[in-house]
Design a protein around this ligand. Structure first.
Ligand code: SAM
Length: 241
């Protein structure tokens, strides 16, 4: 079932903190798809911060969910935006949002391997799953697949950082958003190890949402959150080739 709502109910790990308006005043959000929230908005803000760089460029939104980041890029006059996600419901939502708001955007089912086949891109944006999870296996049609990312939260991040040189044109830029629980410095370093220059572009602190609260004791026991934490830091990492 498809919903059309200006501020979708949160389905993800964090409480919603809409620090800026959505790129469109109504996005299609399938009920089993990650509803845009704090991390999505931080990424949208970073894409807007690229300014004129997006105009005329080829953009990849990997792990697109509703396609909120892809729509943002398309509305900034990107020449072409590819939005990929492994959840078929996310692809349906993103395709519906492309049809409504962004003719230059194409939504398909796919992962990093598919992205590399369609590359290279001038701009890569990604809000991946990044919450450490006791279980390693993922059902890509499940709601949990939007946030569960292996025991260290890096099952999507590490291969992505490693392959950025294959995804980007020379001079291309990547924007990756995630929480401190997956290791912000680890992402900066992984991008540098892959041969890119990399830095933290922006940060924000938000209250722990339901998924994080549910896992808090386990995360604290593993040293991924400080004892007594009731907030987490989100960051956008910028990497350029
Ligand atoms: C945190 S949500 C982000 C959604 C959207 N980009 C946003 O910012 O609101 C992560 C998304 O990644 C998708 N996903 C999980 N693993 C993936 C993978 N290996 N390749 C592509 N997409 C994946 C999930 O289905 C989910 O839609």
């Amino acid at each position: 079932m498809l919903l059309q709502t200006p501020f979708p109910a949160p389905a993800g790990p964090s409480s919603p903190a809409p620090t800026l308006s959505l790129p469109a005043d109504d996005l299609v959000v399938d009920l089993s798809v990650y509803a845009p929230q704090s991390d999505s908005y931080l990424l949208v803000e970073a894409i807007r911060g690229l300014g004129d760089r997006v105009a005329g460029s080829r953009v990849l939104d990997l792990c697109c969910g509703t396609g909120i980041a892809a729509v943002t890029a398309a509305r900034r006059r990107a020449a072409e935006v590819l939005a990929l996600d492994l959840n078929p419901a996310a692809v349906r939502s993103a395709a519906a949002n492309a049809a409504r708001h962004a003719p230059a955007m194409h939504a398909r089912r796919g992962c990093l391997t598919d992205a590399i086949e369609h590359g290279p891109f001038d701009v890569v944006v990604c809000n991946p799953p990044y919450v450490p999870a006791p279980r390693e296996d993922v059902d890509h049609a499940s709601a949990e697949s939007a946030w569960d990312a292996g025991r260290d939260g890096r099952s999507v991040l590490d291969p992505l950082c490693c392959r950025l040189p294959d995804l980007l044109v020379p001079g291309g830029v990547a924007l990756l958003v995630h929480s401190e629980v997956a290791g912000i410095d680890a992402t900066v370093q992984a991008c540098r190890d892959a041969g890119l220059s990399s830095e933290v572009l922006s940060r924000t602190r938000i209250p722990l949402g339901p998924v994080m609260l549910d896992r808090r004791d386990w995360l604290v026991a593993r040293g991924l959150l400080p004892p007594g934490a009731d907030t987490e830091e989100l960051a956008v990492i910028r990497a350029s080739l």
